[in-house]
Design a protein around this ligand. Structure first.
Ligand code: PEP
Length: 252
């Protein structure tokens, strides 16, 4: 089994100075990263500076997005190689905000996943249903479809470095987290899908993390579920004390 993964998505928050302050506080609060993978996804403008501040801490860095081309006339875009070069080892792909606001279709998510793997970045692929889809009983079909299209054409070997983030859209930034039991049910179905489509040892190593209003006071019960391998945290990752508590969740 892989270690649990707790990732903080800072979204479009923090200047480079604010980000540096946040990381320095976090380093004070986080006692050890021996038994957990801790990943921060600051805005692009802060990544390089923060990479110096997390050196030797065990904290790793992620891009919040990536473009699938290596280089060229693509104004405003960032390649996987560029992210690697400034110290990222992970990249978040297909976050619901990118899907809803910036045209990230399943096909684009798939291209980005291929580009990330090729450059040696570990993709964190986000999937999740809207409230309307949940109420219509379409959670599993939505999520499974997104995963199959995101992973199309990726070789089994590269899947070991993959993380799926189940993020119900109705839970993101709303303060209304899925219950541990509801999240576990979806994670369990995702695990079954992975077992059906990939060999057992690869499927076992894929981490399935939960995102959507994860806080210091609900992380312990979420992490007590057998198929919840970590969390993708938005709002609470901007508060050093809260994020450190999430990272140092108490296992059942
Ligand atoms: C997110 O944006 O990935 C997220 C989970 O946000 P929040 O924790 O604020 O709901």
């Amino acid at each position: 089994m892989q270690k649990p993964l707790i990732a903080g998505n800072w979204k479009m928050h923090t200047t480079v100075h604010e980000g540096a302050e946040l990381v320095l506080k976090l380093r004070e609060f986080i006692k050890s990263t021996d038994s957990i993978d801790v990943v921060l996804a600051p805005p692009f403008t802060s990544i390089q500076h923060i990479s110096h501040l997390v050196a030797d801490s065990g904290i790793e860095l992620a891009g919040q997005n990536v473009f699938w081309k290596e280089d060229g006339a693509y104004t405003g875009e960032i390649s996987a190689q560029m992210l690697r070069a400034i110290g990222c080892s992970y990249v978040i792909i297909g976050h619901s905000e990118r899907r809803a606001l910036f045209g990230d279709t399943d096909d684009r998510v798939n291209k980005k996943a291929h580009a990330a793997v090729k450059a040696g970045l570990k993709p964190i692929i986000c999937v999740g249903e809207t409230l309307e889809e949940k109420e219509a009983g379409r959670t599993l079909s939505k999520v499974k479809g997104q995963i199959m299209r995101a992973l199309a054409g990726l070789k089994t070997g590269s899947l070991r470095e993959l993380t799926i983030a189940y993020e119900p859209i109705w839970a993101i930034g709303t303060g209304q987290s899925a219950t541990p039991e509801t999240a576990e049910e979806v994670h369990n179905s995702i695990r079954e899908l992975l077992y059906e489509d990939y060999d057992t040892s690869a499927a076992k190593k894929i981490r399935i993390i939960y995102g959507g209003s994860v806080k210091a006071d609900n992380i312990d019960s979420l992490m007590a579920m057998p198929n919840i391998d970590g969390a993708l945290v938005g709002g609470a990752s901007l508060k050093a004390e809260d994020f450190a508590r999430i990272v140092q969740f108490e296992s059942a």
